[in-house]
Design a protein around this ligand. Structure first.
Ligand code: COD
Ligand code: ATP
Length: 197
């Protein structure tokens, strides 16, 4: 079974993905892939520098993620430019990793894809788990984790589909407002029900 793990920014996907790793499940992490495809020397990074200007690179040639984030989370047109450059490369690498796990004999693979619904990637997976939090908790955790102002945190949240839309597209929802233990309990119940653990 290919399990899609999604949610909104700072809803707790990585936290749940860590629990799934501890349960022995292999994870394909879209955020990690998104970092790998812009390593210095890649065609994707060259395209980004062409579109956003050389000043988007740091002195050592790596991508200035803070600068690019400031642009794309505030300007939808620029976000589309970046997505059009990066998403094909991210998708290709995610599918390569998924297939490598399957070929190596994994019965189940988890794909942690923040933009699963926004990019309409439902067909990549058999079942979808959405990690959900209230907007208040999400804002608080995002501001704390990324040291963002309320305005910048809200801009990032509004760059994604509302949580309610994602919940409607899920086979199972994990509510992550409460303790980590409470979240872990929900995850184990879902995976047991699906015969994954
Ligand atoms: C703009 C970038 C450089 C900012 O980097 P930064 O280190 O600050 O954030 P990070 O990569 O850890 O992303 C944090 C979260 O932001 C959200 N997010 C990232 N990119 C986007 C996007 N294009 N649209 C909406 N939300 C996004 C996701 O929820 C993600 O989990 C980076 O997010 C990026 O390369 N984005 C484009 C690639 C992409 O779409 N990634 C999302 C997963 S496929
Ligand atoms: N149940 C919880 N109780 C308290 N803090 C939590 C809980 N779940 C997650 N957090 C914290 O909230 C923040 C966001 O969680 P996490 O990084 O797992 O979200 P994410 O959905 O993977 O985010 P992103 O979309 O940015 O990749 C982190 O700082 C994490 O430690």
């Amino acid at each position: 079974m290919i399990i899609g793990l999604t949610g909104s920014i700072a809803s707790g996907k990585s936290t749940v993905a860590k629990m799934m790793t501890a349960l022995g499940l292999p994870i394909v992490d879209a955020d990690k892939v998104a970092r790998d495809v812009v390593e210095p020397g890649t065609a994707t990074l060259a395209l980004i520098a062409e579109s956003f200007g050389q000043a988007i690179l740091q002195e050592d040639g790596t991508l200035n993620r803070t600068k690019l984030g400031d642009i794309i989370f505030h300007e939808p047109a620029q976000r589309k430019v970046l997505n059009d450059i990066m998403h094909p490369a991210i998708r290709k690498e995610m599918l390569r990793q998924r297939d490598a796990y399957l070929e190596a004999g994994s019965k189940h693979v988890v794909m942690d894809i923040p933009l699963l619904f926004e990019s309409q990637l439902q067909h990549f997976v058999d079942r979808i788990i959405v990690v959900s939090v209230s907007e208040e908790v999400q804002l608080q955790r995002l501001m704390e984790r990324n040291q963002l102002s309320q305005e910048d945190a809200l801009a990032r949240m509004h760059a994604q589909l509302p949580m309610s839309v994602k919940e409607k597209g899920a086979h199972a929802v994990i509510y992550n407002n409460d303790s980590i233990e409470h979240t872990e309990g929900q995850l184990k119940k879902i995976l047991t029900h699906w015969d994954v653990i």
